[in-house]
Design a protein around this ligand. Structure first.
Ligand code: BES
Ligand code: ZN
Length: 651
């Protein structure tokens, strides 16, 4: 059944007609149209659906009827209008028909204005009827298009809303150069639909081409074949020959320059950040080569980085060929470059072998976190590897202490929920720990061989958790029946918590910090007696995160005056310190706190800080800072932190 249609606009040729498209008869295969049937959150239907387990491979976060049609190629022609904060133009979709019937094509949209739709075959397209359905808070609005029989192409003229959830429009003062505006998109998980009408599901892969028209002084880059030599003339052409899911579609426009870092790697950034970025991330080429040696050829030609303004809501995003990176990891000492290893690793786990639905996110993030650690070990050695692993383990423990059981399950049931709201360390660190256990059990060499074959076996496919489990049953479980156990694997994937006897990564560099912290807390030694020379950010973080809930004003002052924590240039250290400061209402750090919350958009930092303010009776301050900073935040940052601060989504 199709979603209920609201029939807001109905166009046939140039004529505006009234009325609704007839919905097609119901499908027999339950898996065939669950998206279109997705009941409204909170409705009786929804409650009934919740009783059953989610179905493997079904995407509950898309309206698209992907069993009838598959988009195979997208051609975009968009004009970037900074004055109206609008992307405007045409999306042409090449579609493959999977069924003999001719039901309407249902696409995902969110806050798009659809001007016209044409459909047909080859170059011969004709205006067709279309209608927008009812808007769902999480999923947006289905766009239903009546297709002529045998139509294989659809061209949609449309424009985005200035509030598009997947686009941030920045004023010049929010950039490093302060002279030019900036725009970037963030499509994962379900925001591509806010800037392109398409089947916004990770199980659909498409190639794409694009023409992007910008003000002449700016450069456009995409998750495609960027060419640093291209003339800056305001018209940029892109091709993406490898098929990608929609959440990897990405565009940025700004005063961008390019600097090579290696043969296949380079960095795009605003001029003021270019040199520092290229230096900080100079090991990217070695990381790429190291990953290839173990997990097989890099399949995406080039690997470049794009350094965004600090309002970017994530640390990084693995857009193919061009990872988007927060500038807040440029610490000057490469201490935070695990982020680059992580986004690079997604070129195998995620971009090559992709989660089929957001329930399967752990296949992307857990595998990537595991690979990240391995890359870090390869490039920076054992000590760094152990520290990164141990910090990850502590993050996992913190989440396990904090979350409801249902959110500790790797194959998480997200029906009726907004993936942005459920973001946690579970898919990352529990997923990674699970793979680490497999490695420990069968040996590293065998496990690497398994991963190499896994990436090759499922290359350029989107798979569900159960596809992975089946593959594991066919391979490792057969090869190592005495070492692996299907029940335990089931427990890892489908049950909360972690199984008894799971590995517990630790680091010597940390264990010597525990007694020092203890002695200092007990008044046996002063801060000056703590030898912090040579401490890496990891050790600082471990030292600070292990502090008890409450510290005295005198203790806080002593820490701050000895180690200058309020002024720390390392944003991770600053964050750990600010959490302590907020918890203990240590006012000398509040200037930095306000500055931090107003200039950085990374939700990994913002959400815990705002939550801590709320939970310690400082909600008024949280609201004041939030209201002042809001205009500069990304829509996602506004949404998730409004929930924390006001208990709603800020609309
Ligand atoms: N793909 C994620 C970001 C993401 C996940 C966006 C889910 C939307 C929905 C990216 O690769 C990521 O994991 N970023 C982390 C990196 C960190 C774990 C090293 C981040 O931004 O903090
Ligand atoms: Zn990731």
């Amino acid at each position: 059944m199709l979603p209920r249609l609201l029939c807001t606009s109905f166009l046939f040729g140039a004529l505006a007609l009234g009325g609704c498209a007839k919905s097609e008869p119901e499908k027999k295969d339950e898996r065939a149209a669950p998206q279109a049937e997705a009941p409204k959150a909170g409705s009786d239907d929804k409650v009934a659906a919740d009783k059953k387990d989610p179905q493997s491979g079904v995407d509950y976060h898309s309206f698209a009827n992907t069993d009838d049609y598959r988009i195979e190629h997208l051609d975009l022609d968009l004009t970037v209008d900074f004055s109206r904060k609008v992307l405007e133009g045409e999306a042409r979709l090449e579609i493959k028909r999977l069924s003999k019937k001719n039901p309407p094509l249902v696409l995902d949209t969110r806050d798009l204005t659809i001007e016209s739709v044409e459909a047909g075959h080859g170059e011969r397209l004709e205006p067709v009827k279309f209608s927008l359905g009812e808007k769902d808070d999480h999923l947006g609005t289905p766009l239903s298009i009546k297709l002529p029989k045998n139509a294989t192409a659809v061209a949609i003229r449309y424009r985005t809303s200035p509030e598009a959830s997947g686009v941030q429009w920045l004023e010049p003062q929010q950039t490093a150069g302060k002279k030019h505006p900036f725009l970037f998109t963030q499509a994962q998980a379900i925001h591509a639909r806010s800037f392109v009408p398409l089947q916004d599901s990770p199980k659909v892969r498409m190639t794409y081409g694009a023409t992007i028209r910008t003000p002449k002084e700016l450069r456009a880059v995409m998750s495609a074949d960027n060419d640093p030599e291209t003339e800056k003339d305001g018209v940029y052409e892109f091709e993406m020959p490898q098929p990608i899911p929609s959440y990897l579609l990405a565009l940025a426009v700004g005063d961008l320059e390019f600097k090579p870092m290696g043969e296949r790697t380079g960095v795009y950034a605003e001029p003021a950040l270019l040199d520092a970025s290229a230096e900080e991330f100079e090991d990217t080429e070695s990381m790429l080569e190291a990953t290839e040696r173990v997990y097989g050829a890099y399949r995406w030609d080039r690997y470049d980085l794009l350094i965004l303004p600090p309002s970017f809501p994530f640390g990084g995003m693995e857009n193919p060929r061009l990872s988007f990176i927060t500038p807040t990891v440029i610490a000057g000492d490469k201490s935070l470059v695990a982020l680059i290893a992580h986004e690079l690793a997604h070129s195998w786990s995620g971009n090559l072998v992709t989660n089929a639905s957001w329930r399967d996110l752990w296949l992307n993030e857990g595998f990537t976190t595991y690979l990240t650690n391995r890359i870090m070990q390869n490039i920076y050695g054992d000590q760094r590897y152990k520290m990164e692993m141990a910090l990850g383990y502590d993050d996992l423990q913190a989440d396990l202490a904090d979350r409801e059981d249902r959110d500790e399950i790797m194959a998480i049931d997200l029906r009726g929920r907004d993936p942005d709201e459920v973001f946690s360390n579970i898919p990352y660190e529990k997923g990674s720990l699970f793979l680490y256990e497999l490695e420990q059990k069968i040996g590293r060499e065998a496990f690497d061989q398994f991963l190499l074959e896994y990436f090759n076996h499922f290359a350029f496919q989107s798979i569900a958790t159960e596809d992975f489990v089946d593959y594991l049953n066919q391979t490792l479980l057969k090869q190592y029946p005495e070492k692996l156990d299907a029940e335990r694997i089931h427990q890892w994937i489908y049950e909360p918590g972690i199984p008894q006897g799971a590995p517990h990564p630790q680091s010597d560099a940390f264990s010597k910090i525990d007694p020092l912290r203890q002695q200092w807390l007990g008044g046996e030694i002063s801060t000056k007696d703590i030898d912090t020379s040579g401490w890496t950010f990891h050790q600082w973080k471990y030292f600070l995160d292990g502090m008890p809930e409450k510290l005295s004003e005198a203790q806080l002052k002593e820490l701050d005056s000895t180690f200058d924590l309020t002024e720390s240039k390392n944003n991770e250290v600053a964050f750990s310190w600010l959490m302590i400061a907020v918890r203990n209402q240590y006012k000398p750090a509040y200037g930095r706190l306000e500055n931090f919350l107003s200039t950085i958009g990374r939700n990994k930092f913002l959400r815990p800080l705002y939550r801590e303010l709320e939970e310690t009776g400082q909600g008024e301050l949280a609201r004041r800072i939030f209201e002042n900073a809001k205009a500069g935040y990304h829509p996602l940052t506004v949404k998730v932190n409004s929930k924390v601060i006001y208990g709603d989504d800020g609309e």
